[in-house]
Design a protein around this ligand. Structure first.
Ligand code: ARG
Ligand code: ZN
Length: 480
C-alpha cells in the first residue's frame, strides 16, 4: 500500500471515528468522503435550464456529433446511427441523452455494448463499466422509426418536420432531440457531421446541412447520399439537415467565403423572384455586418428556402432555413444571428432577447443602409405604442418559456439597444457591439454580461438603464 493511500485511510478513519463519536452512531460508508475524483454517479437528466428542464443532461460535454440518416419522404421512414463524442465532467455510472419519438435499437460506448432505457424524452445509458471523470468516450446509438410533425411548447412546428417531399429541420429551442440523441442545451456547442441518404429521383432528392459539403453527393442503387460537415461548434438547436427538391448553387462572398444556397424548385414564381433578389444581396450584407460586428465568424453561409412552411425562418448555423420565401429583411435578420445568437449564444433561454433584440436591431441598421427607413424611425415606431398596451408587459430579460418569440423580445429588445446607443453615444455603442461579438465569439452569454461590458466600454453606471429597459415591465422613458 503506497504511503499516500495509507495517510488517506488514516485520515478517513480519524474522520469516521470523530463522526461516530459526534453523532453517537457508527459512521456508514456513505458518510466517508468519496475517493479522489468522486464515486461514479448517475448523470442528471436535466441540463439545468429552468425554462426547459427536460432538455439537456448533466455530467458531460459533447465535442462532436456524427449523424448518419436514411430517410424516405414518401413514408417518413427514418433510420439513423449517431456517434456522440463526449467528455465527462464527473465520474459516471450512467448518463442520458435527449431523444424522442424514435426507437433506440442498440447502444455502444467505445465499441462495447451498453444497456439503455428510453422513457419520455430521455435515453438513459449505462456503459458496461463506469466512465471516469475527464474521459472522452464515443457513444454510438442506432435508432429509427417514423418521423412526424413535432411541435414546441407553444404548438409551433419544429424539429425534424416532415412534408410529403422532404423535411424542414429547425429545432429552436429544444427540438433537436426529434432527430438525434443530443445534449440539447444551447451552451453545449459541438461540431457536427451529417450524412443523409434519400431516394434518388425527382422528389426529396437533396439534403442540406450546416457548414460545407464533406464529399460530393453519391448515387448508388437508387439512393443518393449527401454529406455535410460543420467545423465551427454549434448549439444543437442550430443544426439542420433539411430535405427537399432543392437546386443548390455555390457563390463566394467577401474574403472568398463560400455561400451555398439551396432553393426549392417548387417556389411560386413571385416567391422565387423575391428570394433570388434577397439572396443576391448576401455578400453585401456580410460586408455591412462585418463593419459592425467584426469578421464573419464561420466557414460558410447560405440559405435553405423550402416551398413548404413551418411559419417562420430560423438562423440554423451557416445556413438559415426559410419558409416559402426569403425576404430581404429576413435574410438580414438571420445573417445577423450568425454573430449574435449563434457565435455569441444564450447561456440559458431566458436570455433570448440577446438573440432577437440584436438581430432585429441589425435589421434596422441594414434598412437604414439601404435607404429604407432609419433606426430612429423604427425606434420612434416602437415608442409610439401606448403605455397601456400589453406590448409593454413583457420583461425581456425573463419573458418565460411560452413567450420566447413574442414581439417585445424582438422590438423592445431592438429599441433597448437604440436607447442604449442614445445613452452612451455612437462611439461607445458601436465599440460595444464589436467587442460583444468578438470577445464572446464561440461562447455563451447573459444579460448581466452585456450590462458589464456596456459599463466598461462607456465608463458609466448603467444600473438604472438596464432596470428600466430590460429587467422591468412597463414603458421606459426614452433618453433625451
Ligand atoms: N429565431 C427565429 C428568428 O430568427 C424565430 C424562431 C421562431 N420560432 C418559433 N417557434 N416561433 O427570429
Ligand atoms: Zn431572430
Amino acid at each position: 500500500m503506497p504511503a499516500s493511500i495509507r495517510r488517506t485511510l488514516a485520515l478517513l478513519l480519524t474522520t469516521a471515528t470523530a463522526l461516530a463519536t459526534a453523532s453517537g452512531a457508527l459512521a456508514t460508508a456513505s458518510a466517508v468522503p468519496a475517493p479522489a475524483g468522486g464515486a461514479p454517479i448517475d448523470g442528471s437528466h436535466s441540463g439545468g435550464d429552468p425554462y426547459f428542464p427536460d432538455a439537456g443532461n448533466g455530467g458531460y460535454d459533447v465535442q462532436h456529433y456524427d449523424v448518419d440518416i436514411r430517410y424516405t419522404p414518401a413514408d417518413r421512414r427514418f433510420e439513423a446511427t449517431a456517434a456522440v463524442r463526449l467528455r465527462t465532467t464527473v465520474a459516471l455510472r450512467s448518463f442520458s441523452l435527449d431523444l424522442r419519438g424514435l426507437t433506440v435499437r442498440r447502444v455502444s460506448v467505445d465499441g462495447r455494448a451498453a444497456t439503455f432505457a428510453q422513457s419520455g424524452r430521455e435515453l438513459v445509458i449505462t456503459p458496461s463499466s463506469p466512465l471516469s471523470r475527464g474521459r472522452t468516450a464515443t457513444v454510438k446509438v442506432v435508432y429509427g422509426g417514423t418521423a412526424g410533425t413535432p411541435t414546441d411548447i407553444e404548438n409551433a412546428p419544429y424539429g425534424w418536420y416532415s412534408f410529403g417531399d422532404g423535411a424542414m429541420v429547425v429545432s429552436e429551442p429544444d427540438g433537436s432531440s426529434t432527430w438525434f440523441p443530443v445534449n440539447d442545451i444551447p451552451a453545449d456547442k459541438a461540431t457536427l457531421d451529417v450524412t443523409v441518404t434519400v431516394p434518388a429521383g425527382p422528389a426529396g432528392t437533396v439534403a442540406v446541412g450546416n457548414g460545407r459539403p464533406a464529399r460530393p453527393p453519391r448515387t448508388a442503387g437508387g439512393w443518393t447520399t449527401w454529406s455535410w460537415s460543420a467545423r465551427d461548434p454549434l448549439s444543437p438547436y442550430l443544426a439542420t439537415a433539411s430535405v427537399g427538391n432543392y437546386r443548390v448553387t455555390t457563390t463566394r462572398g467577401p474574403h472568398n467565403l463560400p455561400i451555398i444556397n439551396a432553393v426549392d424548385a417548387d417556389l411560386t414564381a413571385a416567391n422565387l423572384a423575391t428570394t433570388t433578389a434577397s439572396l443576391a444581396l448576401q455578400p453585401q450584407m456580410i460586408t455591412f455586418f462585418e463593419g459592425i460586428f467584426g469578421r464573419y465568424p464561420f466557414e460558410a453561409f447560405g440559405a435553405i428556402v423550402d416551398d413548404d412552411s413551418v411559419g417562420y425562418a430560423l438562423e440554423t448555423q451557416t445556413r438559415p432555413v426559410y419558409s416559402r420565401v426569403a425576404r430581404e429583411s429576413t435574410v438580414a435578420h438571420e445573417l445577423a444571428h450568425q454573430w449574435v445568437g449563434n457565435s455569441v449564444g444564450p447561456a440559458a433561454w431566458q436570455h433570448i432577447w440577446l438573440n432577437e433584440g440584436f438581430a432585429t436591431y441589425a435589421q434596422w441598421l441594414w434598412s437604414e443602409h439601404r435607404g429604407q427607413g432609419t433606426a430612429d424611425a423604427a425606434f420612434a415606431e416602437v415608442m409610439a405604442i401606448p403605455a397601456d398596451d400589453e406590448f409593454w408587459a413583457t420583461v425581456i430579460a425573463d419573458p418565460g418559456p411560452l413567450h420566447l418569440f413574442v414581439d417585445p423580445v424582438y422590438d423592445r429588445g431592438a429599441a433597448t439597444l437604440h436607447a442604449l446607443r442614445r445613452t452612451i453615444g455612437d462611439t461607445a455603442f458601436f465599440t460595444l457591439l464589436r467587442r460583444w461579438a468578438t470577445q464572446n465569439a464561440g461562447g455563451s452569454v447573459t444579460t448581466a454580461d452585456l450590462e458589464a461590458l456596456a459599463e466598461r466600454v462607456s465608463g458609466r453606471d448603467l444600473t438604472a438603464f438596464f432596470d428600466a429597459w430590460v429587467d422591468s415591465a412597463g414603458k421606459p422613458q426614452p433618453p433625451a
